[in-house]
Ligand binder design. Structure first.
Ligand SMILES: Nc1nc2c([nH]c(=O)n2[C@H]2C[C@H](O)[C@@H](COP(=O)(O)OP(=O)(O)OP(=O)(O)O)O2)c(=O)[nH]1
Length: 131
């Protein structure tokens, strides 16, 4: 079984959280926490910092892991690690890979199109509030 390790950033600002759309060329379609696959030999925080620089064009400070989700099908297991991440307050996000970004109010129902594995993460963030 192939194991894929993914890091995803929980970036909060004024009661909102940053979500990214997945490009049409890369299923599954939907909204996700920005991030990507960890490369061999890379630690989680270095991988996330690299991904955010590649995708958002900003430097970041990944901090503690908030949540872990494991999904599995016949061929592969995806281990998703959701990491609370800080950006400078004036960091300007410049989409680099064709995704859209949006700040979504952290309250109530999860936004439509949020990837299914991310639903428990959304509920966790709602219930455990702001940093
Ligand atoms: N980044 C991210 N991926 C997620 C989330 N939830 C979720 O199920 N995933 C899944 C979707 C993908 O199957 C996988 C991430 O792979 P990816 O294709 O985005 O990784 P990557 O950017 O490194 O892509 P590449 O190297 O293959 O080009 O994790 C999430 O919130 N954020």
């Amino acid at each position: 079984m192939k194991i894929i390790t993914v890091v995803a950033a929980v970036i909060r600002r004024e009661g909102k959280v940053l979500l990214a759309s997945r490009p049409a060329s890369k299923p599954p379609l939907g909204w996700e926490f920005p991030g990507g696959k960890v490369e061999p030999g890379e630690n989680f925080n270095a991988a996330l910092r690299r991904e955010l620089l590649e995708e958002l064009g900003v430097d970041s400070v990944p901090a503690d892991r908030l949540y872990k989700v494991v999904t599995r099908n016949a061929e592969r297991e995806i281990r998703l690690h959701f990491i609370r991440t800080l950006l400078a307050p004036d960091a300007k996000i410049v989409p680099k890979e064709g995704q859209e970004f949006r700040w979504v109010e952290l309250s109530g129902e999860a936004p439509e199109g949020l990837l299914a594995p991310d639903l428990p993460v959304w509920n966790f963030l709602i219930n455990f509030g702001r940093p």
